[in-house]
Design a protein around this ligand. Structure first.
Ligand code: C5P
Length: 318
């Protein structure tokens, strides 16, 4: 059996990092949004006595999440199979666009359908979270609120297919280093002394601001929003060119313009696709792509078309 499935990119429209938790992850608040930019994964699948996984990609992919996701699904289904993946990469890597995470989620969605089986969505989310903090979001897509590590997800009303430009300069930011550079205090562990700047009062203020943003997004008024990304300050110090790009996007009419995830891709929202296209041309199509927000209904419909109706994530009966 052979299928061709998409792996869409995401933006963090807003991203705030609160404190470091005793488990080493940071507590965050974010608003995720899937966009039309995508990788394509072709999967050839056959049941076999012994598992054999191969991946063909023009780009060398370190710590490959596609193969790890495949092993996790086979393990969960208690089956063995010969699977060949061909990955056509369009989403820049190490850019905060969730490319690797989305590739992994696509494997989690596709393999059970190819095996003629189902994994209940709660279980699939648990497997997704074990692969990476951004992976669970791609099981759902659309506009969503991410809490905790970013793996606790709640749907927000879908934003319409708004126009945006994504600019990826090739600057690679390590997510773990970006978190370290924030130097957030550890909370939730009484044995640790809190020494850094962010106080409980700061957190309350940040939470208040984030709540306002989430309500505004829920009311579909993103154009008027003062989105924020806590990673911008530390990342822009090391890469001042990125701050200039944000300014350039704003001069070209983007409102708002921000970095996504821990960087380094920048996005700007535009009032029309025509304006987004002309801004992308001005910035240079080698680094800038016009995209559209991809609402959840469309995201799931594309998946259902790719795999047949049974492939949509299934809610627990519990
Ligand atoms: O979960 P993921 O593998 O994507 O995370 C990569 C790294 O980013 C983690 O090892 C951790 O250092 C950091 N991280 C974090 N808090 C989060 C998510 C990621 O500190 N909420």
């Amino acid at each position: 059996m052979r299928v061709k499935v998409p792996a869409f990119a995401k933006l963090n429209l807003d991203l705030r990092v609160l404190h470091k938790r005793p488990d080493g992850y940071h507590e965050l608040r974010t608003i995720f949004q899937t966009i039309s930019l995508k990788d394509t994964l072709t999967i050839e699948f056959e049941r076999a006595r012994q598992t054999e996984l191969t991946l063909d990609s023009a780009i060398e992919i370190p710590d490959n999440l596609v193969l790890r996701a495949a092993r996790a699904v086979l393990n969960e289904l208690k089956i063995s199979a010969r699977i060949h993946f061909r990955l056509e990469k369009r989403i820049p890597m190490g850019a905060g666009l969730g490319g690797g995470s989305s590739d992994a989620a696509s494997v989690l969605l596709a393999l059970p359908a190819l095996a003629g089986k189902q994994i209940e969505i709660g279980e699939l989310s648990r497997i997704a979270a074990s692969l990476g903090s951004d992976v669970p979001f791609f099981l759902y897509g659309g506009t969503a609120l991410g809490l905790g590590r970013g793996t606790e997800l709640y749907p927000l009303p879908d934003l319409p297919p708004l126009s945006a430009v994504v600019v990826a300069t090739g600057v690679h930011v390590s997510t773990a280093e970006a978190y370290r550079a924030l130097n957030r205090p550890v909370r939730g562990d009484v044995s640790t002394k809190v020494t850094t700047a962010l106080t409980s009062a700061d957190e309350l203020r940040i939470l208040g601001e984030f709540q306002t943003i989430a309500w505004e997004v829920g009311c579909a008024r993103p154009g008027q929003l003062a989105f924020r990304n806590d990673f911008e300050a530390p990342v822009f110090i090391n890469h001042p060119g990125l701050a200039l790009l944000v300014k350039k996007l704003r001069r070209l009419g983007a409102e708002p313009a921000r970095m996504t995830g821990s960087g380094s891709a920048i996005f700007g929202m535009f009032s029309s696709q025509k304006k987004a296209q002309s801004a992308a041309l001005r910035l240079g199509t080698e680094i800038a792509s016009p995209v559209r927000f991809l609402p959840r209904a469309q995201y799931l419909a594309i998946w259902q078309r790719a795999l047949g109706m049974t492939a949509a994530p299934r809610r627990s009966a519990r």
